[in-house]
Design a protein around this ligand. Structure first.
Ligand code: AMP
Length: 434
């Protein structure tokens, strides 16, 4: 199938050609015609499937064909959970709209609001935003959503995980009821289905990959290893494999920093990306990783969400996530665009139950390897790691607590009141804080 058959305009086809895309990805094939027909969609798609172009291309076409008002009110809103994803989506929107008279901008917290406000004041057709900053500016009367025709909720599952449900509902109430809604989510939990029921009108269900399945091109392997030997093992694997671009996941910010330092001492260039880093540091870390000056990027789940790192050959779980679905998000960073990838997990005794949950979710037993000299500890307890223990630093000390995970989407420097996490999913509330 080619892009020509999807009903997209010449200006969009030209932009697509410039990107070098030859054929639409499965989610694009399915979503683009439905969105062009004006219907709401409920789409299951992970990062790396081309979902951004899947909603951006038809959205641009609809906006370009619609009535252009002189003062350019915001006609399309793309809500995303994190700053990184916001910046990425905006980059994509800009490239795809290169040959159209469409203006877009991005707003997120953690940076000065002034330039954002003045761009909006000059008129933008598309606004990409994280919920916190959007509401901040709206509360200050600096933007209006009264003319929004198209709403995209991108990575809706992660937005709920981050406790944004209340903000999303507030934002929905600020828009005209007659609009087109596009909801994208990697997983369909009960909460996502409830949200979809609340605001989508007869949505068309679009699925690019079967729910909760891992990508076939990814080779997965488990190394059983004693907890205290993990650092040595990961350094050995990266050095001996001479791997140049490795994304490593830890459960906590503290763990990410610690591992980074150990890598550096072993002569492997590494950078950490997590919620305690400011925007400048995160952007720099990601840029260094993308241009190959940093070999290893150590990330926590929330920070890594939405990162666009094409053709990533290696993902290593230094620790397994305690929420099995995060495993799928993590390893979805490899094997993109048909390229093969490898996802390795270093698993100690106390992670046995997490491994079992993951295997249940992906529907297969993962092959296990033991590296001589890095054997598992036969005497170690298989009790799951308690929150707040095991060098985790600032983990949630009460697993049952409803504490709100601190948002990385940046509640901005102002109005950062803690909000209750409305997400009732027990597993998710038990998630380690990033
Ligand atoms: P996304 O899932 O939107 O994060 O996209 C993942 C990556 O795929 C991005 O780097 C896009 O530039 C790229 N991409 C999107 N659509 C296509 C396509 N049809 N062919 C090749 N690459 C694509």
């Amino acid at each position: 199938m080619s892009f020509n058959s999807l009903g997209l305009s010449e200006a969009l086809l030209k932009a697509i050609e410039k990107q070098g895309y030859t054929s639409p990805s499965p989610i694009q094939q399915k979503a683009i015609p439905v969105i062009l027909s004006g219907k709401d969609i409920l789409a299951s798609a992970q990062t790396g499937t081309g979902k951004t172009a899947g909603f951006t291309l038809p959205m641009l076409q609809i906006l370009a064909q619609g009535q252009q008002l002189r003062h350019r009110p915001i006609r399309a809103l793309v809500l995303v959970p994190t700053r990184e994803l916001a910046a990425q989506v905006h980059t994509n929107v800009k490239s795809y709209s290169e040959f159209l008279d469409i203006r877009s901008t991005v707003i997120f917290g953690g940076v000065n609001q002034k330039p954002q406000v003045s761009t909006i004041r000059n008129g933008v057709d598309i606004l990409i935003a994280t919920p916190g900053r959007l509401l901040d500016l709206q509360n200050q009367g600096l933007l209006s959503l009264a003319k929004v025709e198209i709403l995209v909720l991108d990575e809706a599952d992660r937005m709920l995980d981050m406790g944004f449900l209340r903000d999303i509902k507030k934002i929905l109430s600020l828009m005209p009821t007659r609009r087109q809604n596009l909801l994208f989510s990697a997983t369909f939990s009960k909460e996502i289905k409830n949200l979809a029921n609340d605001f989508l009108h007869h949505p068309v269900l679009v699925e690019a990959t079967p729910e909760n399945s891992t990508v076939d091109a990814i080779e997965q392997k488990v190394y059983r290893v004693a907890k205290e030997l993990k650092t040595g093992l990961i350094i050995k694997l990266i050095s001996e494999g001479n791997w140049k671009q490795v994304l490593v996941f830890t459960r906590t910010k503290h763990g990410a920093n610690k591992l980074c330092k150990k890598m550096e001492s072993a002569g492997i260039s590494a950078a950490a990306i997590h919620g305690n880093k400011n925007q400048g540091a995160r952007t720099k870390a990601l840029a260094g990783f993308k241009n190959n000056s940093t070999r290893v990027l150590v990330a926590t789940d929330i920070a890594a969400r939405g990162l666009d790192i094409p053709l990533l050959p290696h993902v290593i779980n230094f620790e397994l996530p305690n929420v099995a679905e995060d495993y799928i998000h993590r390893i979805g960073r490899t094997g993109r665009a048909g390229a093969s990838g490898e996802a390795l997990s270093l698993v100690s005794a106390d992670e046995t139950s997490y491994l079992r949950d993951i295997e249940k979710l992906v529907g297969e037993k993962l092959p296990v390897e033991i590296v001589p000299g890095f054997e598992p500890d036969p005497n170690a307890s298989t009790e799951p790691i308690k929150q707040g223990q095991g060098g985790g630093g600032n983990r949630n000390r009460n697993p049952k607590s409803n504490a709100t995970p601190k948002s990385e989407a940046g509640r901005g420097n102002s109005s950062s009141k803690p909000r209750p996490n409305r997400n009732r999913n027990r597993n998710r509330n038990n998630r380690s804080k990033d």
